[in-house]
Structure formats: structure tokens, C-alpha cells
Design a protein around this ligand. Structure first.
Ligand code: NDP
Length: 287
């Protein structure tokens, strides 16, 4: 069997196009230009690339993008003060703090992220937004898992009634993915580093999501023939070589559909951020 390759570009373009239309409507009908502020602390090269990509997408879609660059030596208090300022700024509808934070303030990540006004929390990490997702009234949802589910919808892949297995239980990917898939009526199992007989569990999956950060860990014999495989992992194995958590070539022989790395889920994350900015504006102006 040779799987259908789910290229992120195609789905990201569709998500961005619908965001662009919504943005135009917000401008014309409500005279609001959506604004996104991205705070980057220090000079992590990977973070700089991610922030540049977000800024570029904003410009393409007509979102006013502000990149706040703060020194590596910034204190927690300075960062909190900046967030307070952006929370109060009526022209800024979305705020995100690019992770990871520098080592000196990394331990305060939760306190820093929780300072963002929940209505402006376009990463969907605030406990208020997590609670809304868990209780079935999602508002702002983490971009990567939301992008994966949106891609399944756009690709016409049925979720209702399917067995889904997620490898990884992080707050950013695994846990929100559980709630999103459950809300779509999948029966979901979440695996982690203490899961026994992992391959036996993953072989039950009609939809298998790998979000563990372990290069090419998921082999073909861990996949049920005909399963849909979503590879969230991004692992750099050489200066210019990125791979996912799935052994792509072998897995593509077994799966019915699979996302590549790079060129898969990563592109959806930025597209969903644009969608979240639109959602944040609507929540704030009450439309
Ligand atoms: P974390 O490191 O926070 O979580 C990894 C999870 O995988 C943990 O729950 C861990 O279990 C589990 N895990 C690790 N090893 C095993 C194992 N051998 N068997 C079973 N489970 C295991 O990672 P993230 O969720 O933040 O990210 C996961 C991957 O996705 C990374 O490669 C990251 O770069 C990528 N990513 C990609 C994004 C994109 O835009 N495409 C966005 C975000 C992340 P335990 O909890 O027990 O430790």
C-alpha cells in the first residue's frame, strides 16, 4: 500500500484563505485591524525562525504584527510588565510569548504565560482556555493539535467512531489533542513514556498521532494497515536534516494517509495561529 501524503501546505493555504476573508470582514464591517504581538526573549535561532514565519503570515493576511524583542537577560518582572502593557493595548488582540524562555526565567514560564489576558491568549495555553477546551466549550485552542484536527476535516478523513491513539501527553500537543479528538467522537488512548507494550496499543489505532520528540521512533510494525498517521514530531538529526517521530518511508507503505516532516503539521500551526487571532478579535469585540 502506498499512503496518501497529507501535505500541510495545501491545508494551511485553505485555513489562511478563510482567515483572510474574516479579517477583511472585520476591517470593513467593524473597522478593526487585528493585531498580534509576539514576545521573543533572547536569541534562540530556532525561535527567531518561528517568529519570522508568524510575522510573514500576519503581513500576508493583513494582521498588524508587532514583534517585541527582549534581551536574554530580561527579568521575570520586566516580562510581566510588558505583558500587562500589551493586555491593556486595544490595538493588540493576540499575545504570545515564544518558547522556550531563557534558562534564567524558564522556571517561571507558567506564571508568565498565565499573565496573558485569556481573551488574547492565541496560543491557548492559559488555564481558562484549557478549562474551556476540557469542558467542551473551546474558545482559543492550542494551534498544533487544532491544526491537525482541522487538516483531518479538510482532507475528508472521518474521526467519528474511530480509535485514535496519541503518543505524548504534553500540555501543548498531546493533552489538547485528546480533547479535540474526543469532542469529534473518537475513542482516544493517550500513551507516554510509562506505557507498557506501546506497539500493541498503537496497532489498534485508526488514527495515530505521534508527538513524542523521538526521531523516527514509530516503525511500520507499530501501525495498523490502513491507519491515518499524523506526525507532529520535529527532530533535527543533522544541521540541515529534520525528521519526524515516524519512520516515514516504511510507514507510508502501511498507512492509508500520512503527514510528512518537514512539510506537514508544522505549516498548519502558523495557519491556525492566524485563525486564533481572528477568533480573539471576535471574542473581544463580541461578534
Ligand atoms: P514533550 O517533550 O513536552 O512531550 C513528549 C511526550 O512524549 C511526553 O508525554 C513523553 O512521555 C512522551 N514520550 C517520550 N518518549 C516516549 C516513549 N519512548 N514512549 C512513549 N511516549 C514517549 O514534547 P512536545 O509535545 O512539546 O513535542 C513533541 C514533538 O512535537 C517534538 O518533536 C516537538 O518538536 C514537536 N512539535 C511540533 C510542533 C509543530 O508545529 N509541528 C509544535 C509543538 C511540538 P512522558 O510524559 O512520560 O515524559
Amino acid at each position: 500500500m502506498s499512503a496518501r501524503i497529507l501535505y500541510g501546505k495545501e491545508f494551511a493555504a485553505q485555513i489562511k484563505e478563510s482567515a483572510r476573508i474574516e479579517i477583511e470582514k472585520l476591517k470593513n464591517k467593524f473597522h478593526v485591524t487585528p493585531g498580534l504581538a509576539v514576545i521573543i526573549v533572547g536569541e534562540n535561532p530556532a525561535s527567531q525562525v518561528y517568529v519570522r514565519n508568524k510575522h510573514k503570515s500576519c503581513e500576508e493576511l493583513g494582521i498588524n504584527s508587532v514583534v517585541v524583542e527582549m534581551a536574554e537577560t530580561s527579568t521575570k518582572e520586566e516580562l510581566l510588565a510588558k505583558i500587562d502593557e500589551l493586555n491593556a493595548d486595544k490595538n493588540i488582540h493576540g499575545i504570545l510569548v515564544q518558547l522556550p524562555l531563557p534558562d534564567a526565567i524558564k522556571n517561571h514560564s507558567d506564571e508568565i504565560l498565565n499573565r496573558i489576558d485569556p481573551l488574547k491568549d492565541v496560543d491557548g495555553f492559559h488555564p481558562m482556555n484549557v478549562g474551556k477546551l476540557v469542558t467542551g466549550s473551546p474558545a482559543l485552542v492550542p494551534c498544533t493539535p487544532a491544526g491537525c484536527v482541522e487538516m483531518l476535516n479538510l482532507a475528508g478523513i472521518e474521526i467519528d467512531g474511530k480509535r485514535a491513539v496519541i503518543i505524548g501527553r504534553s500540555n501543548i500537543v498531546g493533552k489538547p489533542m485528546l480533547h479535540l479528538l474526543m469532542a469529534k467522537n473518537a475513542t482516544v488512548t493517550v500513551c507516554h513514556s510509562h506505557t507498557k507494550k506501546l506497539a500493541e496499543v498503537t496497532r489498534e489505532a485508526d488514527i495515530l498521532v505521534a508527538a513524542m520528540g523521538k526521531p523516527q521512533f514509530v516503525k511500520a510494525d507499530m501501525i495498523k494497515p490502513g491507519a491515518v498517521v499524523i506526525d507532529v514530531g520535529i527532530n533535527r538529526i543533522a544541521p540541515k536534516k529534520l525528521v519526524g517521530d515516524v519512520d516515514f518511508d516504511a510507514a507510508a507503505e502501511v498507512a492509508s494517509a500520512i503527514t510528512p516532516v518537514p512539510g506537514g503539521v508544522g505549516l498548519l500551526t502558523v495557519a491556525m495561529l492566524m485563525k486564533n487571532v481572528v477568533t480573539a478579535v471576535k471574542l473581544q469585540i463580541g461578534v
